[in-house]
Design a protein around this ligand. Structure first.
Ligand SMILES: [Zn+2]
Ligand SMILES: [Zn+2]
Length: 225
């Protein structure tokens, strides 16, 4: 068998892209199936729950603030929205940790420049286990609910209803400020607790002697950079 190694690399990369997209969908579904008892207790409609789910699972930097503020005004109070968002994220993390080992198997049969490439991907993923253990919350800023009332990166006070990131240590920051900070740091800007787990991928390609097929072993895990 002579197959260009770049073709197998492409198979592995396509797989990883698809995997990351699906993970987002799974996350959104968890929120949609959020237990009724919280919804009833909070007097909030299912649509509002779905909306909050979208805020949580979206890429926050691309979400226009006016859009979520408009929707949040329909929710009885910011304290309820805050509590609900935190519970939703806890629910997701708890559900995930019930079945923490993530191993996937995937068969591929693709054609590259006239050559058929067949094989199997074995994927072991430990990223979310770590992420769920060291929880990071996406929350609305509500005065009195956080250790800090101002972002210690830019020095400005949080406005009520601003979306902030609360780290494992309990400190909160603006998204953009934290994103910039974490590009080259791994600790909380406030108390220096190490909070960042980065996705690390390892790929290993070999031929299974018994079935004579290509096997791409992928590990995705977290690391302290
Ligand atoms: Zn800031
Ligand atoms: Zn901290």
């Amino acid at each position: 068998m002579s197959v260009n190694a770049a073709s197998l690399d492409k198979v592995a990369d396509n797989y990883l892209l698809k995997f990351l997209r699906e993970t987002d969908e799974t996350r959104l579904n968890f929120y949609k199936n959020f237990p009724d008892k919280y919804i009833n207790g909070c007097k909030i409609t299912e649509n509002q729950v779905i909306f909050l789910s979208r805020i949580i699972s979206s890429n926050t930097t691309s979400l226009p603030r006016s859009r979520y503020e408009q929707m949040l005004r329909l929710i009885p109070s910011s304290k309820i929205a805050y509590k609900l968002m935190e519970k939703m994220q806890d629910y997701y993390y708890d559900e995930f940790l019930k079945n923490p080992t993530v191993e996937r198997e995937f068969y591929f049969d693709e054609n590259f420049c006239g050559t058929n490439v067949k094989g199997r991907i074995e994927h072991h993923d430990s990223f979310y286990v770590d992420f769920a253990t060291h929880r990071r919350y996406k929350l609305l800023f509500v005065p009195g609910k956080f250790y800090n009332d101002e972002c210690s990166i830019c020095g400005s006070e949080f406005d009520e209803m601003t979306l902030v990131h609360k780290l494992t240590c309990g400190h909160a920051f603006h998204f953009q400020c934290l994103d910039m900070w974490l590009q080259n740091k791994t600790s909380c800007p406030h108390c220096r607790t190490v909070v960042v787990k980065r996705l690390k991928k390892t790929k290993n390609i070999h031929i299974d002697d018994q079935s004579n097929e290509f096997v791409i072993s992928i590990q995705t895990e977290t690391s302290y950079k």
